[in-house]
Design a protein around this ligand. Sequence first.
Ligand SMILES: [Zn+2]
Length: 158
Amino acid sequence: MNWKTFKVFLRSLRLPVIALLGGLLVAAFALDDSEPAKPAAANQEARGEQPQIRDGLSQLREENAKLKEENAQLRKENQQLRRLLAEKVEGNVTSTTATNSISSVQTNQAITEAEGQLTHWFTTSSGKRHNNRCRYFKTTEGRLCSPDEGKPCKLCGG
Ligand SMILES: [Zn+2]
């Protein structure tokens, strides 16, 4: 076979090739046409699965019933817990109020005691204590103090 005859041979092949391609396309369409047959097979499979599905459904129903029972029980428990919680909260409120009143009484006492003790004036710069009759009482920079704090003032005696 020389080159020319080969070319001719190729040319002569073109038609068959196109015909072959066309045939393949037709075959492809034919395959597409055959696809609707598949669901039928799927149906057959589904028919085979139906008993399983029934079993699954009955299991699900049983589980559902169980869950409903559990739910009812949980509701009951929840109500009980709420009652207990309400009782506890009420108890806590009363006890907290009691504690608060006690602590406020204690605080008040502490304040009264402290106020009773803070009868003098402590001058920060000199570290001296003045009584309320002294001219330095609350006129200098300082703070209220107890009668025994700092050094007594020489003018008022502290
Ligand atoms: Zn003084």
